[in-house]
Design a protein around this ligand. Sequence first.
Ligand SMILES: Cc1cc2nc3c(=O)[nH]c(=O)nc-3n(C[C@H](O)[C@H](O)[C@H](O)COP(=O)(O)OP(=O)(O)OC[C@H]3O[C@@H](n4cnc5c(N)ncnc54)[C@H](O)[C@@H]3O)c2cc1C
Length: 500
Amino acid sequence: MVDYDVVVIGAGLGGVTSGAILAKNGFKTLILEQAEVVGGCCSTFDYQGYKFDTGASIVMITQPLEEAFRRMGKEVRDYVELVPCEPIYSVHAYDGTKFTIPTDIDDATEVISRIAPEDVEGWKRYTRIGLDMVGQLEQMMTTPMNTLSETARLELSHPGMMKYFPYFLRSHQGVTVQFLKNPVIQSTVAFQSYYAGAPPELGLGTLGFIALCEHLGIYYPRGGMIAIPEGLRRAGEEFGLEVRFNQKVEKILLEGNMARGVLLEDGTEILSRIVVANVNAKVTYLKMIGPDNLPRWAVKAIDSYEVAMPCPMIYLGLDTSPPLDAHHTIKTGDLEQSNRVWNDYYKKGIRPPMGGWLISWPTESDPSLAPEGHHVVNFVWGGPAPYGLLGDNWDRLKPAFTEEALKVFESEVMPDLHDHLKVVEVSTPLDFERRLLTPQGAIYGLFLDFFSSAMFRPHPRSRVVKNLYLAGASVGLGGGVPTTIASGVITSDYVLKDLG
Ligand SMILES: Cc1cc2nc3c(=O)[nH]c(=O)nc-3n(C[C@H](O)[C@H](O)[C@H](O)COP(=O)(O)OP(=O)(O)OC[C@H]3O[C@@H](n4cnc5c(N)ncnc54)[C@H](O)[C@@H]3O)c2cc1C
């Protein structure tokens, strides 16, 4: 006798997406979430009357979200209001150049021609190739590529993609410098390699075109980023999906090599036909199942993945409008600096000086997130900051780190910050780890490079534990709002195929 058909561990995007779709397909489904709200890294919290997004700050590539709702016979617009952000971002380049990038590619080309006339032809080639490739990839996101045969099948059904194969073997930086020569434009494109959690010289070549995804449109959900997982949850609940909060799963229960439910922190056992884990794959295998219950090769394999980088966030509540001109503003470092942050600081456990940064301004798109006339701003450390600090730790460093970040914000963005600052909250890598139980505060599950993406990542249908499935940033295409929703769709497809 089981209590549920499906138990999902974690109500992050991968968890709510797969849970909602499985509920729609008649499975009695329960999601267990250790926090008080849905969304994990894509959530929103209230602090002294201001609503701050925990991590993710926009959504680009909406196809997986549309697909998730379509699988439930529903429309996104009935559950989530996506507000388009225009311009897509504003740049404060390392050399003092400032410009904004509009969504429309011809208008963006006009901007590039003013800053770097020598790059116009390269930019046009970059956008021609990149937009075609990104457009095709968008359509492929909810199709599995977790084995060689799935990948081959996918390539054959999209023959137009074959010509782009060489880009899969290059680095983000390799693609950037192939098309663009001006260091300011290079730095703008290269900055976004950290959106996937790697420096330009290690980032996947295909992600060299990630900057172009934003030209398909970027959106902010009214009500904060939590509106996306909330919308999915509401849709799922109409089919009987159950979500329980403050429920920490300790262990996945096994019978031989078969998952048969979960054990909660308070000792409660919940039995199910299958378990979907929406937590870091290292936690799933090494803690919730345990090395003793796995073959040696599997322990070695899962051990070999590096967790993704953490990234501290500073949340500011202001009693006036900040002097910004886009939902996102980025401060770039040049290519060399972007790589140095990784090699000379992050990998050595040294906190890098604050060079690049990203500011998200949610009240630009949704004023209801703050009291009338007030604003919220999320200030993101531009790049990785090590979890393990050489000779220090984040709890001790937090006050000095906060002060430094505020100084940078004041000197580079808002000189009268202290006259208008009402609220400051900070999430260090340690805070992320405590709040979301994500190991080392990793914001994208596992590190992503060619050899840890798609078919090289842990499989969404466990190869070693029967009836165990994985969803979220540790599988498929890695971290990100669209990719983790896509992973939830794909995981539900595997379950339906196996049990349907
Ligand atoms: C600072 C930051 C900025 C980001 N910016 C962007 C952006 O602008 N755009 C973008 O596309 N992506 C962005 N991302 C990435 C994106 O938010 C994540 O990749 C994505 O939301 C992860 O989804 P997931 O399905 O892997 O679940 P997660 O978000 O990892 O959620 C997992 C859930 O499981 C719960 N959980 C953990 N352990 C247990 C347990 N033992 N028992 C029960 N529940 C448990 C957690 O509380 C959490 O709710 C950002 C992330 C961060 C942190």
